[in-house]
Design a protein around this ligand. Structure first.
Ligand SMILES: [Mn+2]
Length: 252
């Protein structure tokens, strides 16, 4: 690959238990060398949600890094790594009674030159910020989002529903899973956010943009997003992973 097209990547991630819960079932991970980044939000009784999210994070990062990039396309690597993470969580859940039924959401980003790939399962989201405008990349695999997309419910009805955290796809709850994959082009200055529903139940794309743009560093922006959820009561765990793309040193 032409190194002049490579972008430098800054990454900051934080997770917070929130204001109500006593355990944190969210998790994040990344490998800067392989350019893979992930946020997971686990569910399951007792400590099973934490096991599910931690396992999915570890397995997708390791598998993605392990697949030879010269032999497989980036889409293929991401897809295979997500399916592998699903298998590992599922197998673990089948082997131990206390882990039966556990699962996790997963939202992942990988970078191929100036291309961005996003893969997701569940209702953790990816957002894209360019020129002060923020847009949601992923579609939630949740009961309410699907009701809204099919026209069976309007946004107000969905927002008032008690079924906020019912997801329709998850990593680890079945032998196979169908992730969505999104692709886009990157420019210097672009920002990508991977985040759990602990943030997005309180913040829409506009609020996310305003919060990030009010900060001078990526570290401050990540903390400000977590603080935003906590200002609103943070009933759930909150996780934010921010990526910023900068001109590579050689071309800057
Ligand atoms: Mn959550």
């Amino acid at each position: 690959m032409d190194s002049s097209t490579e972008l430098k990547i800054d990454v900051v991630a934080l997770t917070d238990v929130g204001c109500v819960r006593t355990n944190n079932e969210d998790g994040f991970g990344y490998d800067l060398a392989s350019r893979i980044f992930v946020v997971c939000d686990g569910m399951g009784g007792m400590a099973a949600g934490e096991v599910a999210s931690a396992t999915a994070v570890k397995e997708i990062v390791e598998k993605f890094s392990e697949i030879d990039g010269t032999e497989a396309s980036m889409e293929d690597r991401l897809y295979r790594a997500i399916l592998y993470a699903n298998q590992q969580v599922y197998q673990l859940s089948q082997g131990r009674e206390e882990l039966r039924g556990m699962g996790t959401t997963l939202v992942s980003a990988c970078i191929d030159g100036r291309r961005l790939l996003i893969g997701n399962v569940g209702d953790s989201r990816a957002y894209f910020l360019r020129g002060g405008v923020c847009a949601q990349i992923t579609h939630d695999h949740s009961f309410l989002a699907e009701q809204v997309r099919s026209g069976s419910m309007n946004l107000e009805e969905a927002q008032a529903s008690p079924l906020q955290s019912v997801i329709t796809r998850a990593i680890g709850t079945g032998e196979s899973v169908e992730p969505d994959i999104f692709t886009g082009d990157l420019e210097p200055g672009d920002i990508v956010l991977l985040t759990s529903d602990g943030l997005t139940r309180y913040a829409d794309a506009k609020m996310i943009a305003n919060t990030i743009l009010s900060c001078t560093t990526l570290e401050q922006a990540c903390q400000a997003l977590i603080d935003r959820a906590k200002q609103y009561g943070a009933v759930d765990n909150v996780t934010c992973l921010l990526l910023q793309f900068l001109p590579s040193e050689e071309t800057a």
